[in-house]
Ligand binder design. Structure first.
Ligand code: GLN
Length: 191
């Protein structure tokens, strides 16, 4: 299995490292040809407005949307979560999400004071808490009926899944703990 990492902008390099540590091939995806060679895709954290623009100017938005529509599993983290959601509040007007998981998220929803923080999360399927790093994270304001909540922080869902799509409001790649990536890889293998 090859899990591509969208490498237009943001924290893609560390995602590739985390996947490599799990012995998963994790090529960078910057072109339609590279997209065709992967079985799943990580959409990393960064700046969702910039990533959205780069997806369009690189001719990747429609091909990625078509692959997702056809069932390609996706892991979206932070800005990647924003790009996977169906509805984005405080978005830029030209910012179009893939709409693969029925969620309403608010960009930078934790506000200025809590712009960055860390928290230990109880994650469904993991025995020990996961140390999560939040950086100008999106806040989930509505969860669709068919979406599974895997972890919450202060009563707000921060790790969610619907079929092949897993999204995290935090940055699971920024700690050496590869367990969220492993959950994603296992969810693909079980399909
Ligand atoms: N606030 C960023 C955005 O709106 C996301 C931040 C992140 O990915 N760390 O895209």
């Amino acid at each position: 299995m090859r899990v591509g990492v969208l490498a237009l902008q943001g924290a893609f390099a560390v995602h590739r490292r985390r996947l490599a540590e799990l012995d998963v091939e994790a090529p960078a995806v910057r072109t339609v040809a590279q997209l065709a060679e992967v079985d799943a895709l990580v959409v990393p954290g960064g700046e969702s407005t910039t990533m959205s623009r780069l997806l369009a100017t690189n001719g990747l938005f429609d091909p990625v949307a078509e692959r997702i529509e056809a069932g390609m599993p996706v892991l979206g983290t932070c800005a990647g979560m924003i790009l996977c959601a169906t509805e984005v509040l405080d978005a830029r007007p030209d910012q179009v999400p893939f709409g693969v998981i029925d969620l309403t998220v608010r960009r930078n929803g934790y506000g200025r004071q809590l712009a960055s923080f860390e928290a230990d999360l109880d994650v469904a399927g993991l025995d020990e808490p996961f140390r999560a790093v939040f950086i100008r994270a999106p806040k989930v304001e509505r969860v669709g009926a068919d979406v599974e909540v895997l972890a919450e922080h202060d009563g707000v869902p921060v790790l969610l899944r619907r079929r092949g799509c897993t999204v995290a409001a935090f940055h699971p790649e920024l700690t050496p703990d590869g367990r969220v990536h492993r959950l994603f890889v296992e969810s693909i293998e079980q399909r």
